[in-house]
Design a protein around this ligand. Sequence first.
Ligand code: DGJ
Length: 726
Amino acid sequence: MGIFYQKETKTFYLDGKGYSYVFKVNEYGVLEHLYFGKTIAHDDVSYIRDRGTNSTEATIPGIDDGDAFYNRFMPEVAFFGTGDYREPCFMVRSNLGDRLVQPHYHSHEILETKPQIDGMPSMSGEQTLVVHLKDEIIGLELDVYYTPYCDAGVISRRIIYKNMSNDTLELLRAYSFTLNLARNDYSVMSLYGGWASERNIETIPMHRGVVSIDSKRTTSSATLNPFVALISPNATEETGSVYGVNLVYSSSFALKVEGTHQGRTLVTGGINDFDFAWKLESGETLETPEAVIAYSSEGIGGMSRAFHDAYREHIINPRYVKKPRPVVINNWEATYFNFDVPKLKKIIDGVKGTGIDTFVLDDGWFGDRNSDRSALGDWVVNEDKLEGPLKNIIDYAHQNGLKFGLWFEPEMVSEDSDLFRAHPDWAIGVPNRKRCYSRHQYMLDLTRSEVRDYIVNSVNKVIRENEIDYVKWDYNRNVTDSYSIELPADRQMEFAHRYALGVYDLFERIVNANPDVIFEGCAGGGGRFDAGVLHYFPQIWTSDDTDAEERTRIQYGTSIVYPLSSMSCHFSVVPNHQTGRIIREKTRADIARLGAYGYELDSSKFTDADREMVAKQVDEYKAMQSLVLKGDLYRFENPYESNYFGFTLVSKDKSHAHITFYSRINRPNSEPKFIYPTGLDENKKYYIKELDTALYGSTIMNVGLKPELARNCGDFVSNTYSLSEI
Ligand code: DGJ
C-alpha cells in the first residue's frame, strides 16, 4: 500500500485499504483519471478512455485534432472554459475578466508526512502526493493533495489555490476535489433533517444532470450534512461497491453529483460557491477544506466502517477518542432556566451511588440569564442565582464524587446583554439594516480578531478560574445578515468561509488550549455534526430529541458517517419532552447506550429503586463501552425501511460483540420474527449471556436469534445480547 509513480507511463497508483486510485499525466499534460475502486494490479488501464464519446467536441486550445478534447477523458481536476462542460472544480476570473483555464501538470512530490491545513482541521496521515498544476497564462497554480490510508478505506483530497502572477485573480469557485467514477447508474444517498430530527437518510436515483447537496447557513447544519454516497446498483448494506464523500468543514458547503452522457459520474465540492468569491492578490493562497472519500466493496456498512476507522484514527483527538467518556447528569430537561442552588444540590444528591460521574450545569448560570432572551456574551458567573462563586457548586459536586461540566454558547450575543450594549457593532449585520433574530439572539462577527479575542479571554477565564472538567459548547442559530464591517466591499463574499476560519481559531484557542477538559459539541441539538467539529470535540450532542423511537432513526442516520463514540446520547424522562411518548426504561437505556451515554432528567426525584435501576444501567453501559468506543458497527435492521432497528457492535478481534435489536410496533399474531446479526466470526463460538447458551457465529448469523416479543409486550421493545468468545 502507498503511493507509486510509474515513470514510463507517467501513471500514479495510490493503494489504500481495499482500493486502488489511478491517474496519469496524459499526452496533453492533463491529469487524467483512470480508476477508483476495488484494489487492482498496477496494470496500464489507460485503455478505458476509449469508452468515451466519439462525437465532435471543442478541441484542446490550439490542437486542431478531432480526438483531442478534454471531454473525451476525465480530468482529475475538472476545469471550465476549454471544452470540459461538466461541473468545474474551480472558476477563476483573470484581470481581463475572462474565466478560461488550462491547469496542466507541472511537477509532483511525495511527502512522507501529511502536512496539516493552515487554520482548518484535517486528518493526520503519512505519505501524501502533491501534484502541482499550473495555468501558465494567468499564473494560477493548484497544489492537488492526495493521502491514501492503509488503516481505513478512505483517501483524503484537497487543493491549495495560489496566485503566482503579478495581477489580482478572483476565485468564483474553489472546491476541494473532483472525483470521477466509471459509471452513471448509482443511487445518491444524503442525510437531511432539522431540529430534533437530524440526519435522516434519503436515497434517490442519480440522473443526467446535477444533484446538489449544500448548506447556505454558514454552518454545516442539520438541513443537509456535508456528506454524499454513491451506491452501485445491487449494492446492499453489506455487499457491493459504495463511494462516500464527507467534508471536514463546518460552514456553507456544496457537494455536487453529475451524471454525464459519457456514462460517467463526476462528484465535486467543498466551500459553497453560492454567495462566494475570493480575491487572491499576487502571491496569496487559498487553502480548501479536506474531502474524505471512502470506497467500500462491502456495501453501505463497509463505507460507514471506513469513515469510523478514519475518524477514530485520524480526526478525533487521540487523547479522548478511545477513552471511556464521562457518564453525565445534565440539568437542562430537569430545570431549563429555572434553577437555584438547593435544586442543583438535590440533582447532585439524587445520583449518589449510581456510577454517574459528572454533573453538567447547562444554560442559565451566567449574566442575567433566566430565559433565552438575554445575557449571551456575558460570560460572568451570576453569583446571585448561584448564591456565590461557581466554586461552591463545583465543590458540592466534588464532595459527592462528581466531576463538573459547564455550558457555553461562545459564538452568540443577546441584544439584552452588557456585551451588546458595549459593542453593538460586534454582532453580524449590515449597517442601517435591522438584523434577523433567531432564538431571540444574534451572532458575533468571528471574522474580526478583537471579537474572537474577547470570546477567548472571557470563556478561558471561567474555565481556568474554576475546576471544570467538561464543557458543552452550544450553537443555537445559523447566520443571517452576512456582512462584516471590517471587510472591504469587494471581499464581503468571503464572509462564510472567513466565519469558519474564525470558528476554528476559537476552537484552537479554547478547546485545544484546555487539553484536560473534554469538550462536547452541540448546536441546538445536533445541528453542527461534522468532521471539522469532531476534530476538536470527541463527542457531539446528537439531538434534542431524546425519545428512544426517534433516536433509532437519528442514530442510525448519523452512524452512516460518524462513529458511535462521537454521538452523545442521554436517557431521559417519560413522557418524553419532545414527543410526549412513553417508552419503557429498558428500551431508553438500550438505545442511549449506543453512544457516549448520560442522563437528562430530574434526578432530585429519584427514589431508591430509581437509583438502583440507574446503577444497573451504568454498569451495563460500562460493560459494553469499549465496543462503542473501538468496535466495528454492523447494522442489520434499518428503521427507515422496517418496523425494526438492529446494530451489532463487534470488537476488532471479533472476540466480543453486543447486539441491540428494537421493535417499534407490536403486532399480535404476526409472523415470528428472527434476527440475523452480521459481523461475527463464523468460526468462533460465543457465549450469549442473556440466553445462557453458546452458539457459533455461523449459527447466530444464519439460523438467527429469536427475540422476546411476547404477544402483549407493548410497543417499543428492545432486546440486547452480550457475546463473548469461549
Ligand atoms: C440547545 C441544546 O441542544 C440543549 O441541550 C440545551 O443545552 C439548550 N440549547 C440550552 O439553551
